[in-house]
Design a protein around this ligand. Structure first.
Ligand code: SF4
Ligand code: SF4
Length: 355
C-alpha cells in the first residue's frame, strides 16, 4: 500500500487534470468572482477548486441529480392492427466513475443518510446505487467552520472520516493525501509525490488539532423523546413555524434531504420519465388526489421536518440523525429560522423560546 502523498498548491491543477483523464472529477467551484455561490461542478482546466470555505450547495447532485431522466418511453403502433400498440422502454446509459474532490465530512455524511433509504432498505434505488458505487470522496479535513456549523452536536465532527475514501489535510505549502479505503489506493499514484516525514508530521498535527474541536453547542442527538412530548403542542409549533415562508430552500441546500417527485414528459408518442427534487416544506407536497392534505399548514410541515431529522429517522435507522450539522439551512433561510434553536427549544417552556 502506498503511504501518504503530497500535492503542492501550484501542482493541484495538474493533479486534477491527470485524474480527469480517467474519471469525472467534481470540485467546489465559485460561480462568480466574489465566491458568494460555490457549487460542485465537473473539473475543467479553467476551473480551480475553492477549498477555503464550505460550498453553498452540497455535492448531493453528483449522485442524486436535481433533475434526472430515469427512462425513455415510446409507444409503438402494431403494424398489422391499428387498434393495438405497445410501449418500449429504454434505460439511461451507464455512468462513469467519479471523484468528488474537496467535499467536507458533513457532505459525505449526508450520503450515509441517503444510503439507509436508497441502498440498505428492502428496495434498492438502482439509479442512486449505480452512481454511488462509482463515486469516491476525497474529503478535506474541515478547518473553516463558521457560526452556523454544528456537526459535533449531531454526532460527527470536522475530522470525521466516516464514508470518505481519501483524506485531504491542508498543510502550509499544499495538501497531504491519505487513502482510507482499498478502492482509493489505486488513485494514490496519481495523487502527487510521496509526502516527506516533515509534511506527514505537520498533517498529523492539523488532524489532531481539528479532531479536538467541538463544532456547535451541546448534543442534539437525543431529541426524539422531547419531540414526541412536543408533538401535540400546536402553539409551540405555530410559534416555531411562524416566520417560515415555505420557500423550500432549507431542503434544497440540505445534504440529507432526499425527497423527489416523478413526472412523465411526453410529446406525441415519445417521452421521458423524470425525477426531480421535491420539498416537504411545499404546500402541495403531501396533497392527495382527493384534495385532502395531511400537512395543510406550515405547523405540520415544519414539525415534520424537525421530527423526520431528529426523531423518525433515528428511530428507524439505529439512532442515525438525519442532519449532519452543515448549517446550510441556517445560512440560507431568508427569514433566519435556525434549526438548532428549534431542536433545543423542544426541551424548554414556551416562554423561553427564541427563534
Ligand atoms: S428556508 Fe426558512 S423560510 Fe424557507 S422553507 Fe425553510 S424554514 Fe421556511
Ligand atoms: S437540516 Fe440544515 S444543518 Fe442539518 S444537514 Fe440539512 S441543511 Fe445541514
Amino acid at each position: 500500500m502506498r503511504g501518504k502523498t503530497f500535492i503542492a498548491h501550484d501542482e493541484l491543477p495538474e493533479v486534477l487534470e491527470r485524474l480527469s483523464k480517467t474519471m469525472d472529477v467534481w470540485i467546489p467551484t465559485a460561480i462568480n468572482d466574489e465566491k458568494c455561490v460555490i457549487q460542485f461542478l465537473p473539473y475543467q482546466p479553467d476551473r480551480l477548486p475553492v477549498l477555503d470555505r464550505q460550498s453553498t450547495m452540497p455535492p448531493k447532485k453528483v449522485i442524486f441529480p436535481q433533475v434526472e431522466t430515469l427512462l425513455h418511453f415510446s409507444r409503438k403502433k402494431d403494424e398489422n392492427d391499428p387498434f393495438k400498440s405497445h410501449i418500449e422502454l429504454e434505460d439511461e446509459e451507464e455512468v462513469s466513475p467519479v471523484l468528488v474532490f474537496g467535499a467536507r465530512p458533513c457532505d459525505v455524511r449526508g450520503f450515509l443518510v441517503f444510503d439507509e433509504v436508497y441502498l440498505n432498505g428492502p428496495y434498492k434505488d438502482p439509479y442512486y446505487a449505480k452512481r454511488r458505487e462509482k463515486t469516491l470522496f476525497a474529503t478535506l479535513v474541515c478547518e473553516t467552520s463558521d457560526n452556523a456549523c454544528f456537526c459535533s452536536a449531531v454526532g460527527s465532527g470536522p475530522a470525521d472520516q466516516t464514508g470518505s475514501d481519501l483524506w485531504i489535510i491542508p498543510v502550509d505549502s499544499g495538501y497531504v493525501i491519505e487513502a482510507l479505503t482499498k478502492r482509493a489506493e489505486n488513485l494514490m499514484p496519481e495523487m502527487g509525490k510521496d509526502a516527506t516525514e516533515a509534511q506527514i508530521a505537520e498533517a498529523q498535527n492539523v488532524q489532531k488539532k481539528v479532531a479536538a474541536l467541538h463544532i456547535g453547542e451541546g448534543d442534539l442527538t437525543q431529541s426524539s423523546d422531547d419531540f414526541e412530548d412536543r408533538f401535540s403542542d400546536n402553539e409551540f409549533w405555530r410559534d416555531m413555524a411562524f416566520k417560515c415562508i415555505s420557500c423550500g430552500i432549507c431542503t434544497y441546500v440540505c445534504p440529507t434531504c432526499y425527497c423527489f417527485n416523478i413526472t412523465d414528459e411526453a410529446k406525441d408518442l415519445d417521452g421521458e420519465r423524470i425525477r426531480s427534487w421535491d420539498s416537504c416544506m411545499f404546500n402541495h407536497y403531501t396533497r392527495e388526489a382527493s384534495g385532502h392534505n395531511p400537512r395543510p399548514s406550515k405547523l405540520e410541515r415544519y414539525r415534520n421536518r424537525i421530527g423526520h431529522k431528529f426523531s423518525y429517522f433515528p428511530k428507524k435507522y439505529k439512532g442515525m440523525i438525519a442532519c449532519c450539522g452543515c448549517g446550510r439551512c441556517i445560512r440560507r433561510c431568508p427569514v433566519a429560522l435556525d434549526i438548532r434553536n428549534v431542536v433545543l427549544s423542544l426541551k424548554k417552556n414556551k416562554e423561553n423560546v427564541d427563534v
